[in-house]
Design a protein around this ligand. Structure first.
Ligand code: OAD
Length: 224
């Protein structure tokens, strides 16, 4: 299964390709989530990520996250791959979540790429080991997916009977390619999204609705 920003939308966490609200409406998140943006203005990038951290810390997992955690106990094997960096699936109780794009609450040394602990006070935190800037521990455009996450996700997609794609625009690769791998391996593929996506036609079925409504219904129908 693959999830995207739409699964956290009902928790109040803005998606990437829908309108931003308030303070950040004049910034394009896609332009802040790049190594170039960080090199140009690390303070601006950190302000945006701190805003997201605060927002996510105040938000709660929703019925969609909870349904996916429950689903894990109803089927023999479920691999949850998420493009989300908000940790909401884990907070809702999902186990073994594969974070394809990293985690919002970790920091990484910008020079050596290792996860590091930094002081919260600095406007632009630095690596305690080498003194370089530290950056959020997420994957930005143009960067490689963590190898473990990539291999485990591709292997799971190639070996599943049913592939669910929830709340993602299916535009960003390699994540969007997981559905193709599952399809080629003969899996039934199902999209859950209130809106059609460029990939909708390729899915076996599309369930049009919000994750917080559709997923509990799906789980309910499996449980009885
Ligand atoms: P997007 O913002 O591209 O797409 C969000 C999708 O969620 C859209 O297709 C919406 O129709 C759908 N959606 C909105 N509300 C929903 C709801 N209540 N229930 C279900 N679906 C809903 O977000 P992603 O596809 O996750 O990567 O974006 C993929 C990647 O692009 C992100 O991980 C991020 C971004 O750049 C990186 O930062 C590397």
């Amino acid at each position: 299964m693959l999830t995207g920003a739409g699964v956290s939308a009902e928790s109040g966490v803005p998606t990437f390709r829908e309108a931003q609200t308030g303070l950040w409406e004049k910034y394009d998140p896609l332009e802040l989530a790049t190594p170039e943006a960080f090199a140009r203005d690390p303070e601006l990038v950190w302000r945006w990520y701190r805003w997201r951290r605060d927002l996510v810390a105040r938000a709660e997992p929703n019925a969609g996250h909870r349904a996916l955690a429950e689903l894990q106990s109803l089927v023999p094997r479920l691999t949850l791959v998420t493009q989300n960096v908000d940790g909401m699936h884990q907070r809702a109780g999902s186990q073994g979540v594969i974070e394809f794009h990293g985690n919002l609450f970790s920091d990484r040394c910008a020079a050596e790429h290792r996860i590091v602990r930094t002081s919260e006070d600095d406007r632009v935190p630095t690596c305690p080991d080498c003194g370089s800037y530290a950056r959020p521990g997420v994957v930005w455009f143009g960067e490689a997916i963590p190898e473990d996450a990539l291999h485990a996700s591709f292997a799971a997609a190639a070996d599943c009977d049913v592939f669910l794609s929830v709340g993602t625009s299916s535009l960003v690769y390699p994540a969007a390619g997981l559905a193709d791998i599952a399809r080629e391996a003969g899996a039934v593929t199902i999209e859950v999204n209130p809106n059609p996506t460029d990939q909708s036609e390729s899915f076996t079925a599309s369930l049009r609705g919000n994750a917080g409504t559709v997923l509990p219904q799906l789980v309910e129908s499996l449980a009885h």
